[in-house]
Design a protein around this ligand. Structure first.
Ligand code: NAI
Length: 709
């Protein structure tokens, strides 16, 4: 047979044809690749010299899923349905084919990759790789037999867990569950797979018995299926608010797993096609793709990032300790500085705590942590210790003078090309950098709390930040596995200001007679992880108040604080840290704080406002209109100009529901004309805070959208 099929190379040895798949970058299933594979299989079936086939990948991947750029823009359900059915015929052809196929799983085996592997008659895998059906994470379900073959191989419960969460399992678990038949070290993988292939040829293994569709011993009885599925359905419905794919996956299992797998595959294909054309999938796919391209700005194209190995961390408090965790976890050396020995000791204790979860989950041993700290972490109270670091991150108290004093000293200590990154949450970085001779080296590296867990790193370019500083900072963000979103300096940068805009209408609604609990519920139903009152209590009403005052001062009259917000602040109830804020936390469950309730009632009485019933949708419209307007104002002021990045920042930084795609995606869907009309109405009712941004007005009038297409 031919040996070169472009993305599939074939070598035939002693009757076994080894197919090596190579479709860079991650061996994803794309049209041309599937055609090459199909062609290679067709030839192998025809060639009498080939008795068995071994299928393997290249590099780190066996097959890491389908090429989702090919489904992202599909709106024609029939088109995708036909493609899926054609694909299924090909895969079923491997499964029921006349020659044994052994999967030699050399690397990650995900989505369509696992579905192909499950059509093979035997699976050998190297240790430590991921095997899974992650489709639900991008709003899809397995569309090439995953919902039908996985339960046959590993049982219903295990399969449902993998399919509905999208979480992969490692080789050892896959082996113990029966998804993998043998484990082999990488250098033994192909010989082991060839050995297995020969066993088929010599009839020690029986191809019919090892055909996945013919395996029924792990299939549930009808009663078992019914009881498991009713439980899983209830759990999935509760957890998947707004996401449709997990429920569609359960439906595929429920309606499938019968004796006619081809009919069941057709049902799966229909449900897959439903998902592909849904808004949710489009949103999630775009988030996935945009996450990959976040931080790839024209401004830094072609610039080589600085090599960063050793990082100085100033302050081991809440934020500093989380950042040290990231440094140690990602192979950096860290030098932790704090004001005195006590603070340093406290800092190291806090760093240890950040590893608590990994230790509890047995992903790390206490002894490994001791060793990591001993080897990679140096502590100090002397700024001189920063003389040989490649980057300094500062997370000391939020005080301009304190921060500037430290930077001034460091400029005399560190090498000239070392980046100075500040984690300030609200101080103007352009002003902070004025103490430096070279302000080009300063940048904002705004981590979110808890730093070791939150995926976002908001990178803030101050007025004079150099392109080189930015390029190195973006690369550093990737090295610590964060999604970098680059914005310009301005009050609240992007995320805090945008969140302020998104939740900012709540005080107007409350003053207008709308029950605070109804506002909380509407935002939770919309998909936010918490409502505005709960968030204020968590972050501190006093902090919010001071931020509000800064906005009022720096951004002008539109941001004048609402008189009701002033009164709530005057109660002295600042949230959880004082035991009560909007809610009282002294009992077993938070209840509305009578002091705040009294203030709101008094305000309404003075202004002749009666309690008002407002629908959840009306609350959402009001909140979102202001949020979208804030985003437009931020764009118009030049803080950032990439809606795709801004949407990611809200998703990763505040938990904005991913299935809604982000604020700008939501705005486009709602229609900018409608958003504009709503704002005009709200401005009349509530005043200038709601006045439509010029940019939004112009876009609404000319029929533009934030996203192209
Ligand atoms: P923290 O109070 O937990 O830690 C402050 C650190 O500063 C401690 O290590 C302390 O020893 C040190 N420190 C105290 N007085 C000092 C002085 N006079 N000179 C130098 N260092 C001094 O504070 P946290 O929460 O870690 O905040 C640190 C920075 O990160 C602040 O700029 C804050 O605005 C910012 N930030 C905080 C977030 C949060 O959620 N806590 C989120 C994002 C940024």
């Amino acid at each position: 047979m031919k040996t070169d099929f472009k993305s599939v190379q074939v070598e035939v040895k002693d009757g076994v044809a080894v197919f090596t798949m190579n479709n860079p970058p991650v061996n994803q299933l794309s049209d041309h690749f599937i055609r090459a594979l199909a062609e290679a299989f067709a030839e192998a079936y025809k060639d009498d010299a080939v008795k068995a086939i071994v299928l393997t990948g290249t590099g780190k991947n066996f097959i890491a899923g389908a090429d989702i750029t090919q489904v992202k823009d599909v709106t024609d359900r029939n088109f995708i349905l036909e493609r899926v059915k054609t694909n299924n015929r090909f895969l079923s052809g491997i499964e029921t084919g006349s020659k044994p196929v052994v999967a030699a799983i050399n690397g990650n085996c995900l989505g369509g990759g696992l579905e192909i592997a499950m059509c093979c008659h035997y699976r050998v895998a190297v240790p430590g790789i991921d095997l899974g059906q992650p489709e639900v994470q991008i709003g899809l379900i397995p569309g090439a037999g995953g919902t039908q073959r996985l339960p046959r191989l590993i049982g219903l419960n295990n399969a449902l867990e993998m399919i509905t969460t999208g979480r992969p399992i490692k080789t050892d678990k896959a082996f113990s569950r029966g998804l993998v038949d043998e484990i082999a070290e990488p250098d033994k993988l192909i010989p082991t797979a060839i050995h297995a292939a020969r066993k088929f040829v010599m009839r020690f293994l029986n191809i019919k018995q090892r055909t996945t569709r013919a395996i029924f011993d792990r299939m549930p009885s009808a009663a078992e299926k019914k009881s498991v599925l009713s439980l899983v359905k209830a759990m999935t419905a509760a957890q998947s608010k707004g996401y449709i794919a997990p429920l569609k996956a359960v439906e595929a299992v429920e309606r499938g797993l019968g004796y006619d797998i081809d009919a069941d595959l057709d049902i799966e294909a229909e449900l897959f096609a439903d998902c592909v054309v849904s808004d949710v999938a489009k949103n999630l796919i775009n988030i996935f793709l945009n996450t990959r391209s976040a931080g790839r700005l024209p401004r830094i194209e072609g610039l080589a990032p600085a090599r960063i190995k050793k990082v100085g961390m100033l302050g081991g408090g809440v934020m500093g300790s989380g950042i040290v965790n990231l440094l140690l976890n990602n192979g950096f050396e860290a030098v932790l500085w704090d004001i005195n020995d006590q603070a340093v000791e406290k800092g190291v204790g806090a760093v240890r705590k950040t590893f608590g979860y990994a230790i509890k989950k047995k992903k790390m041993k206490e002894a490994d942590l001791d060793q990591l700290i001993q080897k990679k972490l140096v502590t100090t109270t002397k700024l001189d210790a920063m003389k040989d670091v490649d980057l300094v991150i500062e997370a000391v108290v939020e005080n301009m003078n304190v921060k500037q004093e430290i930077w001034k000293q460091l400029e005399g200590i560190c090498r000239g090309n070392v980046i100075f990154g500040t984690n300030t949450s609200a101080l103007p970085i352009t002003e902070m950098a004025t103490v430096l001779k070279d302000p080009g080296r300063m940048i904002g590296l705004h981590f979110f709390n808890p730093a070791e867990r939150m995926q976002l790193l908001e990178i803030i370019c101050a007025g004079k930040t150099s392109d080189q500083t930015l390029a190195s900072s973006v690369a550093f963000a990737r090295a610590i596995k964060k999604t970098p979103i680059v914005v310009n300096d301005g009050p609240g940068f992007y995320v805090s200001r945008q969140l302020g805009g998104l939740f900012g209408a709540s005080v107007y609604l409350s003053a207008d007679g709308v029950d605070a609990a109804a506002i909380e519920k509407a935002m939770l139903d919309f998909g936010m992880p918490m409502g505005p009152a709960t968030l204020s209590d968590l972050t501190g009403i006093d902090i919010g108040y001071h931020v509000g005052k800064t906005f009022e001062k720096r951004l002008g009259p539109r941001y004048k604080m609402h008189p009701l917000a002033e009164r709530v602040y005057q109660t002295g109830c600042y949230g959880r840290k004082t035991g009560a804020g909007y809610f009282d936390y002294s009992g077993p469950k938070p209840v509305p704080n009578p002091k705040v309730v009294a203030v709101v009632e008094q305000y309404r009485k003075e202004n002749n406002v009666q309690p008002k019933q407002m629908s959840g949708q009306e609350i959402i419209d009001t909140m979102l209109a202001l949020g979208i307007n804030e985003g437009a104002l931020i764009m118009q002021e030049g803080i950032c100009d990439r809606p795709q990045d801004m949407d990611l920042a809200m998703i990763y930084g505040t938990g904005f529901p991913p299935y809604r795609g982000g604020i700008f995606r939501y705005a486009d869907k709602w229609g900018l004309k409608n958003v504009y009309a709503k704002l005009v109405e709200l401005e009349k009712k509530y005043g200038p805070r709601f006045a439509p941004a010029d940019l939004l007005k112009e876009m609404a009038q000319s029929g533009k959208t934030f996203y192209a297409g």
